[in-house]
Every structure is written in structure tokens, then in C-alpha cells.
Design a protein. Structure first.
Length: 187
């Protein structure tokens, strides 16, 4: 059984990316599960806070990442780049630097996202690539999913109502799960 941890890069209750993450959890292949994690409660990175000890929210998230086979980042796009709250969470997960190999080295990571605009987080997903490379992850390039005009893809309750996008999501997840399973076998 392949286990993926999914993180939404948005804290907003009505977030399209959180809705996409929930849709992903419901659309996983039969031999895989997607656990929904959260970045809520992670403080802004501050070396003085780190010097007093790692926040419990960071330690719990770090251990969840380590315990799973892969990581799925569901990223909004803010000002044509990565969302600060998700980048902040990833920055915390790299502390102390000695933990980077344990948390990120060769870890399969997928990127998807949803946006009310027409580019569907293309720039945000692209901006994540140097970060993922620096951390030594195994980024998944076998497919892309950028949900454009998300206000027509999800209803007011955050349910995915666009069957074409649902099929694209299932195809992406199947490919990502195969990639994760192959990475695990190669380890």
C-alpha cells in the first residue's frame, strides 16, 4: 500500500486548493491512500524560536512526512510564485539542516494546484522546482495538473463538479502513485 501525505498551501476555509486536496484523497488508486495533512498552526520561521526548541506542530508534520512514501503539495499561486505559508512550512521542515536528508532526500514529491485565474498555478508549480531540487527530492514530472477557473470546477461547498477535471486528477494520481511505488522499490 502506497501512502501519500497531501498538504494544501492555503489556510483559507473555502480554499480551492484544499478542495482539490480533498478531491484527490477521494480519487486515489485502490492500492494507495492520501492522508490530508495541515500547515495550520506552524509559526513564521524565526531562528530565535528554533533556538528555544522546535514547535510541536513542526515536529508532528515532519514525522508525518517521514512516515509516508510521498508528498503531494497542492499549491496556490500568489503574485506569480509560491504561497508564503507553504514555503514557510517547508522551510521549518528543513530545520535543523541535518534533518533535510531524512525528510526530503529522494522523497517523491508531486505538485498540483487550483486557481480562479486562467493559468491554474503554472507559475507557482514552476517556482517550486528549484526548492525541490535544492532539498534533493524526487520531483514527479510524469504529468501536470493545473486547475484553471476553479470557481467553475468546485461548487460552493468545495465539491468537485467538473468530471473532466476529476478524470485528469485520477490520471495524475495514478501516475504519481506508480512513480512513488517505483521509487520505493528502487530504495
Amino acid at each position: 500500500m502506497t501512502t501519500i501525505l497531501g498538504l494544501s498551501g492555503s489556510l483559507r476555509v473555502g480554499s480551492f486548493n484544499s478542495a482539490l486536496l480533498r478531491a484527490a484523497a477521494a480519487s486515489m488508486p485502490k492500492d494507495a491512500t492520501l492522508e490530508i495533512g495541515t500547515i495550520k498552526g506552524i509559526p513564521l520561521y524565526d531562528g530565535d524560536v528554533e533556538a528555544q526548541g522546535m514547535p510541536e506542530t513542526v515536529e508532528k508534520l515532519k514525522e508525518r512526512v517521514v512516515a509516508t512514501d510521498g508528498l503531494l503539495l497542492v499549491t496556490p499561486e500568489y503574485n506569480h510564485t509560491v504561497p508564503g505559508v507553504l514555503k514557510n512550512a517547508i522551510d521549518w521542515l528543513t530545520r535543523p539542516p541535518a534533518d533535510i536528508p531524512r525528510v526530503f532526500a529522494k522523497r517523491p514529491v508531486g505538485l498540483i494546484g487550483a486557481s480562479p485565474g486562467g493559468f491554474g498555478t503554472l507559475l507557482s508549480q514552476t517556482a517550486w522546482l528549484p526548492v525541490l531540487k535544492t532539498l534533493g527530492t524526487a520531483a514527479y514530472f510524469g504529468g501536470r495538473l493545473q486547475v484553471s477557473r476553479a470557481d467553475g470546477v468546485f461548487d460552493g461547498a468545495g465539491n468537485m463538479v467538473d468530471e473532466r477535471i476529476r478524470e485528469q486528477l485520477k490520471k495524475y494520481l495514478a501516475g504519481f502513485c506508480e512513480f512513488v511505488a517505483a521509487s520505493r522499490r528502487a530504495s
